[in-house]
Design a protein around this ligand. Structure first.
Ligand code: KIV
Ligand code: NA
Length: 266
């Protein structure tokens, strides 16, 4: 299949084709999702919560993301690989953002970066874009600002907040953003932003009118007991994996594994 490139994002929007995005943090899942036809693989800083047992994304570093992104980019045949700029790696200004973006693309093979924020990151988005690095924006609930936002809460409720969100979206797209993730935004507000922008919106907890959807894969696949309300469980992979581990342990304890078929007799 033909590789997804940045120009396909606008084309998909123009044709009314919805984009699919999932997080991936390793080669095992990236290969599965790529072969399943997922368009965009995000090596998100949600790796902190999902894989490194942190309670927030704040401790995640560029050094955490590099080996994960390298693995995802090595196996992705079709999907476009996007990597998050983690907390503390771009806020200081365009020079810091550019240094981080260049390092990530140089050392991982990712094709684009994503960063959080509106007007405040316009200089960063411009610098990255001018250097040839495509940028995904991220508005609404932005987990790196969870201390300021007071935890995971819907953003853009009410006319004034919706207007501010819209203005942020327009500003980052004017600066060069090739797509905008909208997280925990009322569906009608996300629909309005989607209508206004020339580039795709990718929603997570932002309703059905976005141009695409993204989910954290462990939530999508049912890997844990808890998942956020907006994250539908499309499978019970955690239960399947648990059953496989128990069956293995039972057979080892019973002495029935390995049998002749799984042993070398000479
Ligand atoms: O890190 C992440 O998984 C994300 C998605 C939720 C959009 O930023
Ligand atoms: Na993220």
């Amino acid at each position: 299949p033909k590789r997804m490139r940045v120009h396909h994002l606008r084309e998909a929007k123009e044709r009314g084709e919805r984009l699919t995005m999932l997080t991936a943090y390793d080669a095992v899942t990236a290969r599965i999702f790529d072969e399943a036809g997922i368009d965009l693989l995000l090596v998100g800083d949600s790796i902190g919560n999902t894989m490194h047992a942190h309670t927030t994304t704040l401790p995640v570093t560029v050094d955490d993301l590099i080996p994960a992104t390298r693995a995802v980019a090595r196996v992705a045949q079709r999907a476009l690989v996007v990597v998050d700029l983690p907390f503390g790696s771009y806020e200081a200004g365009p020079e810091q953002a550019l240094a981080t973006g260049v390092r990530l693309l140089k050392e991982t093979g990712a094709a684009a970066v994503k960063l959080e924020g509106g007007q405040r990151v316009v200089p960063q988005i411009r610098a990255l874009t001018e250097a040839g690095i495509p940028v995904f924006g991220h508005l609404g609930y932005t987990p790196q600002s969870e201390n300021l936002l007071g935890g995971p809460r819907v953003q853009g409720r009410g006319d004034e907040a919706a207007e501010r969100l819209s203005a942020d979206a327009v500003a980052i797209v004017d600066a060069g953003a090739v797509a905008v993730v909208l997280e925990m935004v009322p569906a009608p507000v996300a629909a309005r932003v989607t209508e206004v922008l020339p580039v795709p919106t990718i929603g997570i907890g932002a309703g059905a009118e976005c141009d695409g959807q993204v989910l954290v894969w462990v939530d999508m696949a049912g890997m844990s007991d808890w998942s956020p309300r907006f994250a539908k469980r499309f499978g019970e992979v955690g239960a399947a994996l648990s059953a496989a581990a128990s069956a293995y342990a039972d057979e080892v304890r019973a002495g029935t594994f390995p049998d002749a078929a799984h042993s070398f007799d000479r």
